[in-house]
Design a protein around this ligand. Structure first.
Ligand code: FRU
Length: 506
């Protein structure tokens, strides 16, 4: 009897172990794990990279350190999706090599095979990234970041580095990285936008292997609290006219502290970017949307994705198995407001596919304090909350749990700003800058206000006035928030609250 029992136990353990290798069931449901956002199964991630859409698949590469949950020698992790909502993580796409770590960059479809990498009619996808040589950096050199390429002949699934790397050598600028490439059709050339310390530099190439400097932009405009990183240049359709948008992420020194995404609006003629004014605009005013850029090859639709973290504390947030996640992908649109032209962001419509249950409450008048939890039974996270409010005065939407932790989201009429206050949101002591109240200006004088909150287990994304004011914040409560109330010092009238329970993507 003894041996069959042992054999049974052995087989049981073996079966359990081998399924655990392929199975996600032991991952993706840990405390704080985002349920509707991409995060790697294990270990560290920062910037989204190489985002390209091809043959029905959205590729997302990401800065990845597969050995620990802290930043380390960078690889490109890889995930794919066919709806921008559900993600499947694939094997690592690019490993560090003798030229260095694989820092951020982009990817495109080379449909006319300008690179010559295509074989037997196969269209190549090309990735361009920064090779960061840690040895050169340690030795105090200033040319340790160079641009290199890799290509794929199996629709983005596997990648081969080009033997002639690097394709753009460093001219002696320490911060020389994060190439974003697009096809500039009027002049039949590739245009690279590269972060070069306190500005971006544009280069062009007929074939991805030879690059020529065109011009630079930004040293005397915009925010300069940190070096510029992860730029992007693209056009958006504005009533049949092309408007060019130039993104310049900066690692520190933004209005809400730390990392953030500024942008400029203007015109690009293949050689120079000229801004319409010298205003600094921000894609997202919250502290946790950084290094965001757009997918290539998505036609007229421009889809943006950011890293949902901030360099001030990204290495210290209280998770272990994995660390950090991406935002919800957002569609960017040009909007004209009473305060000028802006890029608005809205969560991609594909997110609606995970709505499980929708509840609409109408005509709620709030005097001092109204508990919405009673009306929706229990607040279940992840969820989406859509408020429309007439002629608002000050108000707070307060999400809380039984442990007395709460997240406050609101509007301050006197100062005309939205805010998110996470000072009592849960665990905040892992880094001194994490706790705080952050603000975003309101850009419209319309009486009607709409406000959508995308709530995940450890993040909220606020889209106000159809995406004119956006804020992303992470938080780490000891228990999920399960209650919601609205407070106002006076009176407000909420026309509608849409409450949609969202289904986990894992
Ligand atoms: C931005 C960034 C990039 C760099 C990468 C390294 O977050 O600093 O400039 O390529 O991260 O991981």
């Amino acid at each position: 009897m003894k041996y069959p029992a042992l054999l049974f136990a052995f087989c049981f353990l073996l079966a359990k172990y081998s399924t655990a290798q392929n199975d996600n069931s032991s991952f993706y449901h840990e405390q704080y794990r985002p349920q509707i956002h991409f995060s790697p199964k294990q270990h560290w991630t920062n910037d989204p990279n190489g985002m390209v859409y091809y043959k029905g698949t959205y590729h997302l590469f990401f800065q990845y350190y597969p050995n620990t949950s802290e930043w380390g020698p960078m690889h490109w992790g890889h995930a794919i999706s066919n709806d921008l909502v559900h993600w499947k993580e694939l094997p690592i796409a690019l490993y560090p090599d003798s030229l260095g770590y694989i820092f951020s960059g982009s990817a495109v479809v080379d449909s006319t095979n300008t690179s010559g990498f295509g074989k037997n009619g196969k269209i190549p996808l090309i990735a361009i990234f920064t090779h960061h040589d840690p040895k050169g950096e340690q030795e105090g050199k200033d040319d340790f970041q160079n641009q290199s390429i890799a290509y794929s002949l199996d629709d983005g699934m596997t990648w081969k580095k080009y033997s002639g790397n690097p394709v753009l050598k460093n001219p002696g600028i320490k911060d020389f990285r994060d190439p974003k490439v697009m096809w500039f059709a009027p002049q039949k050339k590739w245009v690279m936008t590269l972060a070069t310390k306190d500005r971006v530099t544009f280069y062009s190439s007929p074939d991805f292997k030879h690059w020529k400097k065109e011009s630079d932009f930004g040293s005397d405009i915009g925010a300069h609290g940190g070096v510029w990183e992860c730029p992007d240049l693209f056009s958006l359709n504005d009533h049949g006219k092309k408007v060019w948008v130039l993104i310049g992420n900066i690692g520190s020194g933004t209005p809400n502290k730390g990392s953030g995404t500024q942008y400029f609006i203007g015109n690009f003629d293949g050689n120079k970017f000229i801004a319409v004014d010298n205003k600094t605009r921000w894609i997202d005013y919250g502290p946790d949307d950084y290094a965001g850029i757009t997918w290539s090859n998505t036609g007229d639709r421009k889809i943006f994705l950011g890293w949902m973290a901030n360099w001030l504390y990204a290495n210290k947030v209280p998770t272990k198995i994995w660390r950090n996640a991406m935002t919800i992908p957002r569609e960017l649109k040009i909007k004209h407001t009473s305060t000028g032209i802006l890029v608005a962001s809205e969560p991609v419509k594909e997110l609606n596919s995970i709505i499980q249950k929708k509840n609409i409450l109408e005509n709620i008048s709030v005097e001092k304090n109204t508990d919405l939890t009673e009306k929706i039974k229990v607040l279940s996270v992840p969820c989406k909350l859509d408020f429309s409010i007439s002629d608002p005065t000050d108000f707070f939407i307060i999400l809380s749990n039984d442990a007395g932790e709460e997240l406050k989201i609101g509007y301050d009429k006197t100062n005309n700003y939205f805010f998110i206050d996470r000072t009592k949101s849960g665990k905040i002591d892992f880094q001194e800058d994490f706790s705080g109240k952050h603000v975003a200006p309101r850009f419209t004088d319309k009486k009607e206000m709409n406000l959508s909150l995308i709530m995940d287990v450890s993040s909220v994304e606020l889209f106000a006035d159809d995406g004119l004011s956006v804020m992303t914040e992470t938080f780490f409560p000891s228990k999920k928030y399960s209650k919601i109330r609205v407070e106002t010092p006076g009176k407000i009238s909420i026309k509608k609250v849409g409450y949609s329970v969202l289904k986990s993507i894992w």
